[in-house]
Design a protein around this ligand. Structure first.
Ligand code: EVA
Length: 600
């Protein structure tokens, strides 16, 4: 088999995927002694029980466990009736945050750096009939050589503490679902689709990656189950006459069925959904299927009470219902790629997704968001301890994200970073190969972008030339001129005038703007933190957005309140949500909804 990529697990007559979610055994390892003591081979002594998927932090009642930083271990068991030589077995973890090693019956089967993309371990040679023991060693320390960036400090009692250069809680653990997968020896391990429209018809260029030399058959079936197009061969083009297009908030999904056929017999099949659509940047416009599209929505987090960053179907469902109620059509996966299920639902619901790698914190500051919001960012790349290693990890995350998400019609762009330092020569040198890599890896050649904070000003930013559209995070009326909306608006307009004067001929999308707002605080006239102020702030932004034709999108920071580290700037978390953390609307949600429902 070739390199097993990131294909979402499916079950059918040829392949089998079984969820291992549930209560696992768990233990902290503050002394880093687990390996010496043989936990990888023998399993964990005196373990706690721990739900998978979940972050561990908010399940406990004591601060030391919530804030734990260092190594920690999980253990689970699974049973196999038999070990059939004609099959291969894998484990697929949706993510393990931030680094891990996977052992099955004491044999190391995988290791992975990066906490927001799948970890796939081939366990074929390690499994036995009957009981199998799975042990995962995890570490949640932060550094300047992995993303997201931060540092790990030692406290006087010897405990470690992770200090993120970012504004969200360093949730960690096995935060997404785990599958045990069984595949035939000759299996499909990846596929890519890209689309061309010709009047009412569509061409689908495809490639299928599979082991061996069996014949490949690919079929597109419409929603009624009728064959819309089919072809044979590892790569080629399908023709769909009168194609149903996947449209924004009106998604049409085909079933794509890929088969490996040997001597007339199917030996493997992979099935998924596919949406026929094109994405293009034309001058200052974003075109979906050739139609000008204004992005309305949010930058979000995977974040909820109790589960932390742990994947939860009910949270996913509620968030999509709220997004639809708002009249939104887009979200950005700030500040890391989300669990697969987010993209699958976005495909179904016709939402546009800006997919972001976990490259956040590439600026050195304890309260980065403050420095960023005020445009006071300091250098980073010039004195980063090991730019080569950082870049390697960044490039791996980018490649893994594109490998995993490339076939989702909802994904319309790749975001290479959030609020990195972009004003030095070193930054320019650092980012150029990453942009090139994203362009090279994506079969659909979607737009590639990055997200700029205030120091990345029209005069100083050296990276915006690499972006297909420009994403700006701006906080005029919050970090800049908080409480003075008139002055804030004037400064905001002068910056936008300067961007306009550059005449970049590219669309601009606001990927963050917002105010911390307590759902308990009302005050007329509005003051910072009140619901009225959040509304007035939004109204001021509408005026500015509507004055510049190059502005082609507005994604509010944030969809919902979310957990951060503690500090004098945060009242038990970031309160910039239009929804509370429990997903109930604040007053400004109605203001925004009014506008978005009126806009086409
Ligand atoms: C904020 N500002 O201050 C947000 C952060 C976010 O949470 C930013 O991109 O500039 C960051 O992560 O509320």
């Amino acid at each position: 088999m070739g390199i097993y990529t990131e294909l979402y697990p499916v079950s059918n007559e040829f392949r089998h995927a079984e969820s291992l979610d549930g209560l696992w055994r768990f233990r902290f390892d503050p002394e880093g002694e687990g390996e010496k003591r043989g936990w990888a081979d023998k399993g964990l002594p005196e373990a706690l029980s721990m739900p998978v998927p979940s972050s561990f932090a908010d399940l406990f009642t004591d601060a030391a466990k919530r804030d734990y930083c260092g190594d920690f271990w999980y253990e689970a068991e699974f049973y196999l009736k038999e070990v059939d030589e004609s099959r291969r077995r894998f484990l697929r973890f949706g993510s393990v945050t931030h680094t891990c090693r996977v052992f099955v019956n004491g044999k190391e089967c995988a290791s992975h750096v990066g906490g927001f993309l799948p970890v796939v371990a081939e366990i074929t040679g390690a499994v036995v009939p009957g009981r199998n023991v799975l042990v995962v060693k995890v570490n949640n320390e932060l550094s300047e050589t992995n993303i997201p960036c931060g540092t790990t400090v030692r406290r006087s009692d010897g405990t470690k503490r992770a200090m993120g250069y970012f504004d969200f809680f360093n949730y960690s653990g096995i935060q997404r679902s785990v599958y045990l997968m069984e595949l035939p020896r000759e299996a499909i391990y990846d596929y890519e689709l890209s689309y061309r429209l010709d009047g009412k018809d569509a061409y689908v260029d495809y490639a299928v990656m599979a082991d061996g030399d069996a014949d490949v058959k690919i079929t597109f079936k419409d929603a009624e189950g009728n064959v819309a197009a089919s072809a044979s061969g590892r790569s080629g083009t399908l023709f769909i006459p009168c194609a149903h297009l996947w449209k924004v908030r009106s998604a049409y999904l085909y079933d794509v069925v890929i088969e490996l056929v040997r001597e007339g017999k199917t030996v493997d099949r992979y099935q998924a959904k596919a949406g026929v659509r094109t994405v293009e940047i034309s001058g200052e416009n974003i075109l979906i299927n050739g139609e000008k599209t204004y992005l309305k929505g949010f930058s979000k987090h995977e974040d909820a009470d109790i589960v932390g960053r742990g994947f939860s179907y009910p949270v996913l469902k509620r968030d999509f219902e709220c997004l639809k109620w708002m009249g939104a059509n887009c979200f950005r996966t700030s500040h890391y790629p989300y669990s697969d299920e987010w993209y699958r639902m976005a495909d179904e619901e016709g939402f546009l997704v800006i997919d972001e790698v976990p490259a956040v914190g590439m600026m050195r500051s304890i309260a980065n968001f403050l420095a960023a919001g005020r445009g006071e960012a300091k250098g980073f790349f010039a004195d980063c301890p090991d730019t080569a290693l950082l870049s390697k990890n960044h490039a791996s995350a980018l490649s893994e994200m594109i490998a995993r998400d490339k076939n989702h019609p909802s994904v319309i762009a790749w975001s290479v970073f959030n609020e990195a330092e972009t004003t030095s020569e070193e930054a320019e040198r650092y980012f150029a190969p990453l942009f090139a890599r994203a362009r090279e890896l994506d079969p659909q050649k979607r737009p590639v972008t990055g997200v700029l904070e205030s120091s990345s000003s029209p005069k100083r930013c050296r990276v915006n030339k690499m972006m297909d559209f420009i994403c700006l995070n701006r906080y005029y009326g919050w970090y800049i001129c908080g409480g003075e909306l008139k002055e804030a608006e004037n400064l905001f307009r002068s910056e936008m005038d300067a961007w306009q004067a550059l005449d970049l001929k590219k669309p601009f999308v606001f990927t963050e703007f917002g105010t911390d707002t307590l759902d308990s605080l009302h005050k007329l006239p509005g003051v910072m933190w009140s619901q009225e102020y959040q509304q007035e702030y939004m109204l001021m932004h509408f005026d500015v957005f509507d004055s510049y034709p190059m502005i082609q999108g507005e994604l509010v920071w944030n969809f919902a309140d979310f957990q951060t580290g503690q500090g004098i700037m945060r009242v038990n978390g970031n309160k910039k949500g239009l929804f509370t953390r429990q997903r109930q609307p604040k007053a400004a949600a109605y203001t925004m909804r009014d506008r978005w429902l009126r806009q086409k």
